[in-house]
Design a protein around this ligand. Sequence first.
Ligand code: ADP
Ligand code: ASP
Ligand code: MG
Length: 416
Amino acid sequence: MPLIVQKFGGTSVGSIDRIRSAAARALATQRAGNDVVVIVSAMAGETNRLLALAGEISPLPDAREVDSLASTGEQVSAALMALAIQAQGGKARSLLGHQLKILTDSAFSKARIKAIDAQRLHDTLGQGTIAVVAGFQGVDDAGNITTLGRGGSDTSAVAVAAAVGAACEIYTDVDGVYTTDPNICPTAKKIERISYEEMLELASLGAKVLQIRSVEVAMKYGVPVHVRSSFSDAPGTWVIGEEQSLEKVTVTGVALDRNEARVMLVGVADRPGIVAQTFGALARENISVDMIIQSPSVHAIQPGSDEGSIRTTDVTFTVTKADLPRAQHIMESLTAAVGAREVRYDEDIVKVSIVGLGMRSHAGVAARMFELLAAERINIEAISTSEIKISCLLATKYAELAVRALHDGFGLGANT
Ligand code: ADP
Ligand code: ASP
Ligand code: MG
């Protein structure tokens, strides 16, 4: 029998009524002749509420206990979903991460899935039962509960689909992947088909409609992903291999990331090893760094002063806002060792990016992006590029303006 994995996000299980309609959809899919695995997120707002509780107790709470706490949101949804399916005459069984055995590494709050017990799933499905799996959570070798990072239920869904060779449907509060966040830009257009590569960039640059790791897993195992609305039957967006996606347009989408924070080490001694020491310390704590810029220090050294012969540089980088407290802690212990004059932190920034496979073969895309931002008098604080994307760091107040200017400026809008 064909097997379909259906994932329902926070809004789609945000109330008992919505859980009922998701349950009805899963049952209808089963009646149409499929085995069904449902993956659920926590009810909308629940994960934030749980994390805030931990934050009330400590600014740097123990990572193992935070995961144990944060995973409970999905446990509630899974049990309620199973009850809703049963109430509509179906058979259902909820499975938590450790019951299904979604084995992960031990990186709390950002664990990676290592293996999934597919046999356990097949055993459950064998009796005409819908398996309801709690998303976002797993278990490590030592039996600790782990979580997969914010938005991680998408990854649970795609990984389960890969493990059992199923297609994956992601039900959410928009009816597909758009050229930019439709909640920010009213002219955003739904994309019919998008390549894994472009979706990977959009997701990693802030389009939270799919978690980045879910796209990595989909690409690695060739899982076709259909992103669609839980409130309608409209066809959504297919995320698929590059060869099957549409023509390679220069700019496919615009993404906004509000989750970055900037750290600036001012007046660091300009000698070998300093940068390695700084980023080594962050890596050991599992903190990922995004943009990195090294430039001559803003502190001009007076000719003739004692320091006249010492060259210094400023090292600027970005981390996620969630990692900032830990990064701050590390920087404070490092300031003396790297000889930094001062460390500055800035959370009032966003990253706006354009993504498109066609950039590989088109010149002048970056120049056009900078012109469009300049026309709105938006100052660019930092730039980074790859083969198929360009990102600019800006002050938060320009976020929406920049997204709309780039979106419509590159002709992506419904009426441009
Ligand atoms: P869920 O709770 O179902 O996982 P999310 O809130 O994580 O849903 O993701 C859906 C949201 O992603 C949308 O409401 C939308 O605001 C946002 N989003 C950002 N960029 C895009 C995009 N390019 N296309 C569609 N949605 C996007
Ligand atoms: N509940 C988790 C979160 O809010 C996971 C998810 O929704 O995908 O991040
Ligand atoms: Mg999500």
